[in-house]
Design a protein around this ligand. Structure first.
Ligand code: ATP
Ligand code: BTN
Length: 237
């Protein structure tokens, strides 16, 4: 994959910037910003993005159908997991879109798509940035884990190299390999979890599988439910 990197000092959100240029930008355009003034997660939740972190969005133009595009979030998460591994950090995937280290969030992936046009794969990875006080309990950075600052550009290059590999598999329809890796690095399989949507618990049980569509399978007291990837939050019970 050929990457074409656009570097910005400051932007509202790299996903928003990417959305503005995506109609005419070639696949593989990468928007990276030193800081975001309105970085966000799913459902418009705030994503703290001070200088020192890796805040990026990749514009992709996959030819596969809509049933596969939702799985791009896994492609991003696997690229982050491999990158962490290269620094000796063991990360885990908290289905559907977060990467944890020792139970704390080190990265989040935000994938959005305009069907038949483009997909935006936003990756936020805490590298050398400060974690805001209110997130200290739930978030961590690579610098904190390693006890030293690391070269941000090197992290970017590693993420892109890993993304080339996983996106290559995705483009070749090798979704089985992607799902296998996702399951292998899952922080949720075998655990009791709750699924929350709009503040309400919509499902509860043991996470037993992630199916071919990327949905999480929960075994409850009475039945087994399939939770589609969407705007749901997962909590460990
Ligand atoms: P939760 O993290 O509460 O399970 P979620 O995964 O459902 O929520 P997302 O929209 O995926 O929510 O992520 C946004 C949340 O991530 C924010 O509400 C905030 O708690 C947290 N967050 C914001 N900035 C950062 C950051 N730089 N690093 C780690 N976590 C962050
Ligand atoms: C989440 O956990 O909900 C996903 C967080 C995604 C954050 C990244 S940072 C780069 C890109 N730009 C954004 O505004 N969000 C994503």
């Amino acid at each position: 994959m050929e990457w074409n990197i656009i570097t910005l000092d400051e932007v509202d959100s790299t996903n928003e910037y990417a959305r503005r240029i995506a109609p005419t930008a070639p696949e593989g355009t990468v928007v990276v910003a030193k800081r975001q003034t309105a970085g966000r997660g799913r459902k418009g939740r705030r994503w703290a993005s001070p200088e020192g972190g890796l805040w990026m969005t990749v514009i992709l133009k996959p030819k596969s159908g809509p049933e596969h595009v939702t799985k791009l979030v896994f492609v991003g998460a696997l690229a982050v997991l491999d990158t962490l591994h290269e620094y000796g950090i063991r990360g885990e995937l908290k289905w559907p879109n977060d990467v944890l280290v020792d139970g704390k969030k080190i990265a989040g992936i935000l994938s959005e798509c305009r069907l038949n046009h483009f997909a935006l794969l936003g990756i936020g990875l805490n590298v050398n940035n400060e974690i805001p006080d209110e997130l200290r309990e739930s978030a961590v950075s690579m610098k904190e884990v390693l006890g030293r600052a690391i070269d941000l550009e090197e992290v970017l290059n590693r993420v892109l190299r890993n993304l080339s590999r996983w996106y290559g598999l995705f483009r070749n329809g090798r979704h089985g390999e992607i799902l296998k890796a996702v399951k292998g690095s899952s922080a949720v399989l075998g655990k009791r979890v709750r699924i929350i949507e709009d503040g309400e618990i919509i499902a509860e049980g043991i996470a037993v599988d992630i199916d071919n569509s990327g949905a999480l399978i929960l075994k409850g007291e009475e039945n087994t439910v399939r939770v589609l990837y969407g705007d749901v939050s997962l909590r460990f019970s």
